[in-house]
Design a protein around this ligand. Structure first.
Ligand code: HEC
Length: 144
């Protein structure tokens, strides 16, 4: 009996830790469903991703790092929490930002450039330290 109570506490503690290690990003920073459903008109276009890289280095790397792994409070863009979001959701986040939390809006960039940046974000390969347990990368469908 006592053992099972202890076990319950251990499980609860482990869950709390797991919750804590998730992305530090503001839980309210979420794209509305219609924005998240938008498709990237440049999806699968390698040139778009290459152009997006230049834009990323110019506008984003100062906070997110050249590889998107994040500096200080800026989100690590390689994590599964970010990569599982739709192209439309990332486009919305880049467009609107979350000024309260330090993410500027980029609505001033032409729409095509914002999609290029999304294409580049998709091309980021998760590095080991970006993964929750330093384990194997999550199996993901082959990208074009
Ligand atoms: C001045 C620093 C700064 C710059 C420049 C910046 N970001 Fe961010 N970004 C942040 C911060 C801080 C957050 C976390 C915001 C939060 O907690 O909600 C963030 C969050 C994000 C997120 C959401 C991550 C998630 O967990 O859903 C995306 C996507 C993102 N940034 C992409 C970009 C892109 C693309 C650019 C360039 C066009 C850019 N950012 C430029 C600071 C910055």
């Amino acid at each position: 009996m006592r053992l099972s109570v202890l076990l319950l506490f251990a499980v609860a503690a482990a869950l709390a830790v797991a919750q804590d290690s998730q992305s530090k990003t503001d839980p309210k920073f979420v794209a509305p469903p219609d924005a998240a459903a938008k498709e990237n008109p440049l999806a699968g276009n390698a040139e778009a991703a290459a152009g997006g890289k230049k834009l990323f280095l110019r506008s984003c790397a100062e906070c997110h790092g050249e590889n998107g792994t994040g500096i200080e409070d800026a989100a690590n863009l390689q994590t599964p929490e970010v990569q599982k979001q739709s192209d439309g959701a990332l486009f919305w986040k880049v467009t609107n930002g979350n000024v309260k939390k330090g993410m500027p809006p980029f609505a001033r960039l032409p729409e095509t450039q914002r999609w290029q940046i999304v294409s580049f974000l998709r091309a980021l390969k998760p590095t080991k330290e970006a993964l929750p347990s330093g384990g194997n990368p999550p199996s993901s469908p082959k990208r074009r």
